[in-house]
Design a protein around this ligand. Sequence first.
Ligand SMILES: N[C@@H](CCC(=O)N[C@@H](CS)C(=O)NCC(=O)O)C(=O)O
Length: 198
Amino acid sequence: MRLLCSSTSPFSSKVRMAARHLGIALDEVRVDTNAGPAVLVDNNPLGKIPTLLTEDGEAIFDSRSIMHYFHRRKGKKLYPAKDRKRTEAEVLEALCDGTCECLLSIVYERRLRDPDKQHQPWIDRQWTKASRALAHLNAEPPKIGKTLHAGHFALAALLGYLHLRFEGQWEADHADLVAWARKFEKHFPDYPALKPQG
Ligand SMILES: N[C@@H](CCC(=O)N[C@@H](CS)C(=O)NCC(=O)O)C(=O)O
């Protein structure tokens, strides 16, 4: 299977970690979404990564569809079996992914618009959402038990992305999340290699 992805993308990081955890081999193809190469836009009209290309010629996106595909393909081991726990894991994943969306929109606003066109109230609005989410997560970081699930990988990807793009702006107020990332790495030693990085 080929995964169209990039090393900086938090959503790519999440599915790459999940694949490694489940023992799914991926042929990772780095793509530049700004350039919009044919292999990406012909397979995903949205031109977003990650996009998974299966041996059967299917194109699967977005990252959550890929996670669910991996779950079905590998013995249902990515999401908890019990309904309540599964909902918890899915909501955690949604919260972390949603926070990544806010952070990405800040990064894009600063990167893609000329400085005089950047809209600071929009940046502030996104940062307020991300800050609320981080405060919520820091107040009660998810437990890491015997088995890792999709929510854990989503949080690890979010924290890796914060480290990459917002270093020095979040750690002091979220010490329990910093500690959580260290604990996660003990359970998943490939974290340093697979977290978002430039
Ligand atoms: N909801 C999507 C979000 C994917 C996404 O926004 N990926 C970014 C990179 S991290 C991207 O492809 N950006 C390029 C663009 O939006 O054109 C998912 O979970 O996969």
